[in-house]
Design a binder for this molecule. Structure first.
Ligand SMILES: Cc1ncc(COP(=O)(O)O)c(C=O)c1O
Length: 486
């Protein structure tokens, strides 16, 4: 049994055989799914199906036997993300060209921390980051880095915001001394429906949940900027220290987009950093028709981008961009064994200088590949198809008295609920989602809006058709009516 792919003939043959067998097994699993998103097994049945005495036998079974086992128990129960019956989360299928890129990434296994672990990969990431800065309207002082996901991108931005504010405004060197004496008074502002990575980051950074001021949203689920202004003023009067505003460009549930121009005014007038969490909405820039929806993003001091959401790339693939690249200095530590200054002076770039990770994947290759493969035309079409689907489905629901729709979609999510005046409507909607999973292999989202349980279609997948949406609406109506009579 060969260990690695090398230049040797036997190893090359075996590599090819592994790939061919795996590829065949994957295709077979997709074929057998008949288009469903999931086999339908309950958690108990699933746990029983994969039960085994040990996953570490005394003697290895060899790859073929393990693949046969995986074909029996694992592959048939994996979520088929490209299925048009999957629309639960900001999580989708992988574009074909990015699966090919993943194979290159895993086989070569570059690590993006230092140049000598990733020579051309480093140069590619630098080039991709430059292109992204241009795409989102930043100038040449900007910079960025790939991260493990939107949560890490947000956390990175909040670290840079905190350090910038403490250095520039409080004249306190956080890197050297830790949090400033008045740290319990630091405040960041974000909408009440922003992503939970805000609170998580605040806790991790030693600021605590109390530092996160949740600003109410308006009827369109956008941050109420009049209230934001008021809350900042009140906090200043009370002796608190506002340092950061986070606008959400595509809220997790509704896809609503905060008014970045207004947020910019408020942030500038109060010496605050402005971050755009565009983990969801970053894809809108690719649509020629809808890109205006995210104007103002170029004004923000930092931006979270996620390529494993609207951009349909394999997990993980995310980046954080920063308007003034010098702010990354907050994350730079030099080590004799890794990122020597003498090398950097001679032009060897060590990307670890900008990252909270050390060992890091070459995810930039997926963006480099997919951007060139599809071009502006291809990307515009992909993104617009999912956005148009949301508009279509919203229009079907709003004229149907069986349903209430929460807001008109700005991006590609529709949140709605079956309603028949029955006091158990919450329970009916919950039942609908469970039955769709276990009886129809269909997975949709569920959330709560204004205290009521709602269903959610997150329409990232451009293969979803109007016909499919009509069929699902009829199915949901039928299941809801049956459930209402139970
Ligand atoms: C608005 C928003 N920000 C951040 C995140 C976190 O992204 P990730 O799951 O890639 O960490 C999400 C995830 O859904 C999100 O919706």
């Amino acid at each position: 049994m060969q260990t690695f792919l090398t230049h040797e003939k036997q190893s090359q043959r075996e590599f090819s055989a592994y790939i061919k067998r795996t590829e065949k097994a994957i295709r077979k699993a997709f074929k057998k799914s008949f288009g469903a998103a999931y086999s339908g097994l309950t958690p108990q049945k699933l746990a029983a199906a994969i039960k085994t005495d040990t996953i570490l036998p005394e003697k290895g079974m060899g790859f073929d036997k393990v693949l046969v086992l995986a074909e029996k128990t694992v592959l048939p129960n994996l979520l088929c993300t490209p299925s048009s019956s999957y629309m639960a989360h900001l999580h989708g299928p992988s574009l074909l060209e990015t699966i090919a890129a993943e194979l290159v990434i895993s086989t070569f296994n570059q690590s993006m921390d230092s140049w000598d672990q990733s020579p051309v990969a480093t140069e590619i990431e630098v080039q991709v980051i430059r292109a992204l800065c241009d795409l989102y309207g930043y100038n040449k002082t900007s910079d960025g880095v790939f991260t493990s996901g939107g949560s890490q991108s947000n956390q990175t931005a909040i670290i840079l915001a905190r350090d910038w504010f403490c250095n520039e405004i409080l004249h306190w060197d956080v890197k050297k001394y830790g949090l400033p004496p008045q740290y319990t008074k630091l405040r960041m502002y974000t909408s009440e429906i922003s992503h939970f990575s805000m609170e998580k980051s605040a806790h991790i950074l030693g600021l605590g949940y109390e530092s996160v001021v949740k600003v109410p949203v308006d009827a369109k689920k956008k941050m109420d900027t009049v209230l934001l202004k008021k809350l900042v003023e009140q906090d200043i009067k009370a002796g608190n220290i506002p340092f950061l505003v986070v606008g959400t460009v595509g809220t997790t549930d509704f896809g609503s987009i905060d008014d970045l121009n207004e947020l910019y005014e408020i942030a500038r007038n109060n010496n605050m950093w402005l971050h755009a969490d565009a983990a969801y909405g970053s894809g809108v820039i690719m649509s020629r028709k809808y890109r205006e929806l995210i104007t103002g993003i170029e004004l923000c001091d930092s931006i979270t981008l996620d390529f494993h959401k609207m951009f349909l790339m394999p997990i993980s693939c995310s980046a954080v961009l920063v308007k003034d690249g010098k702010d990354f200095e907050a994350l730079t530590v030099h080590a004799d064994y890794l990122n020597r200054t003498e090398d950097e002076e001679d032009g060897y770039t060590n990307l670890v200088d900008k990252s909270i990770q050390t060992t890091r994947r070459f995810d930039a290759l997926k963006v480099w590949t997919a951007f060139q493969v599809r071009g502006k035309d291809g990307w515009s079409e992909l993104i617009e198809t999912s956005m148009e689907n949301a508009r279509y489905f919203y229009n079907q629901l709003k004229d149907d008295s069986n349903f209430e729709v929460v807001t008109e979609p700005e991006i590609s999510s529709v949140v709605f609920r079956f309603c028949d005046g029955n006091k158990n409507t919450d329970e009916i909607n919950k039942k609908v989602r469970r039955r769709l999973i276990h009886e129809y292999g269909t997975i949709i989202g569920q959330t709560v809006s204004d205290g009521k349980v709602c269903l959610k279609f997150t329409l990232l997948n451009p293969l979803i058709t109007h016909k499919k949406l009509d069929e699902l609406k009829s199915l949901i109506t039928a299941i809801s009516k049956t459930a209402a009579e139970e």
